[in-house]
Write a protein that binds this ligand. Structure first.
Ligand SMILES: *Cc1c(COP(=O)(O)O)cnc(C)c1O
Length: 364
């Protein structure tokens, strides 16, 4: 196989159990974006078996896929523009997020058509300044009292929970608790109160409330390697290993300009290997000359530009690697996902989620 991503479902289960041991709250497994590139259905199933009781996705179509795969756990979809098919969501027992008055009204209308009270989670903007109710809050309070919906949850999202030194998260939480109080005063008492993402789960017990939304750490990755430390430090096991078969190994003379633009030259006579993955597979092009692969027992750095379907690594003249060998692009032996992220000037979230559907996922 020319390239594949090995997904260690045992690692996912172990990460869920690890987080469960750190909280009394229910765990909602975040499986948006094809489970951060790891595969929606296998990851959702594994998370539930390991003790997560809820699933969370961004898009309605992701929630619908989970239901049509037969998952019966409660599911929330939190990024549903006004013209999404709310009736289908309600029919499939998918909880919806309410980030505005307009959403409340549209979801209420869909529920009335179906003669049922849609299950909703009210989203507050407490400082992220993205989704959620902000200046509409008083008007919303007035309307929610008599709205034909079942308020299952109240939630918010943190902007800076990965910064243990910052007091911004505490300010968001204080704001959140005030709004909860106001909601209670108009007679609405949501069963689920949820605020914490992975960073807050690992750094602020006070934010756990009775449900936590576990994303990146379930995949074994640190929410922020600078502020929170590596996967190992957090006791997490990265679940994705990316591998590729070497298309070709060949010797080239010193001073050969490699790839488009001839941006890099071999320093001496050496062996190069062509790796059958490129930017169309999700290898960031700006990692040229920075990251690399692990093959035949050692690291081989990228030389020259990453192309659409391939990139070239410098094996060194003594390498025993051969055409047809499997190279580890990222994984436990060579370059980590975090090293690729740093080479690309981005975060580990982006490295795993951008591995394209053209790369098959193999489950272990
Ligand atoms: C993606 C997401 C999460 C999970 O965040 P991590 O940092 O990956 O743990 C939690 N809540 C919401 C609303 C999200 O969009």
């Amino acid at each position: 196989m020319r390239a594949f991503a090995e997904i260690d479902l045992g690692a996912i289960a172990s990460n869920v159990r690890k987080i469960k041991s750190q909280t009394e709250a229910e765990v909602l497994a975040v499986v948006k974006a094809d489970a951060y590139g790891h595969g929606l259905w296998p990851v959702a199933n594994t998370a539930i078996e390991a003790g997560a009781t809820w699933l969370g996705v961004a898009l309605l179509e992701e929630a619908i896929k989970l239901r049509t795969h037969g998952l019966s756990a409660p599911i929330i979809a939190w990024l549903t523009p006004l013209h999404e098919n709310f009736e289908e969501a309600i029919n499939l027992n998918i909880d919806l997020s309410v980030p505005s008055l307009a959403h409340l009204r549209a979801i209420s209308v869909a529920g009335e058509k179906l003669k049922t009270r849609p299950r909703v989670h009210i989203e507050l903007d407490t400082g992220m300044t993205r989704g959620g109710l902000l200046l509409e809050w008083s008007e919303f309070l007035n309307e929610i009292k008599d709205a034909p919906v079942e308020v299952v949850g109240l939630w918010t999202h943190f902007a800076r929970a990965d910064e243990p030194e910052s007091d911004f998260t505490e300010a968001q939480l204080a704001e959140f608790m005030e709004r909860l109080d106001e909601l209670n005063k108009v007679g609405i008492n949501p069963k689920y109160i949820h605020t914490a993402n992975s960073a807050a789960i690992q750094s602020r017990k006070v934010a756990h409330k009775n449900m936590v939304r576990l994303g990146i750490s379930m995949y074994g990755l640190s929410p922020d390697i600078n502020f929170m430390g590596s996967s190992e430090k957090l006791g997490l096991k990265p679940a994705m290993t990316l591998k590729s078969e070497i298309h070709l190994v060949k010797e080239v003379p010193a001073n050969s300009a490699v790839g488009y633009g001839g941006t890099a030259k071999t320093k001496e006579r050496t062996k190069l290997a062509i790796i059958t993955l490129g930017y169309s597979d999700g290898i960031p092009r700006n990692t040229s000359d920075k990251a690399g692969v692990f093959v035949a027992g050692k690291r081989a750095p990228i030389i020259g530009r990453v192309s659409m379907d391939q990139f070239v690594v410098d094996l060194g003249i003594d390498s025993v690697a051969q055409s047809g060998d499997i190279a580890e692009v990222f994984g436990p032996n060579g370059y980590s996902i975090d090293e690729w992220a740093s080479a690309a000037g981005t975060i580990n979230y982006e490295i795993v989620t951008r591995i394209s559907p053209r790369v098959p996922r193999i489950y272990r």
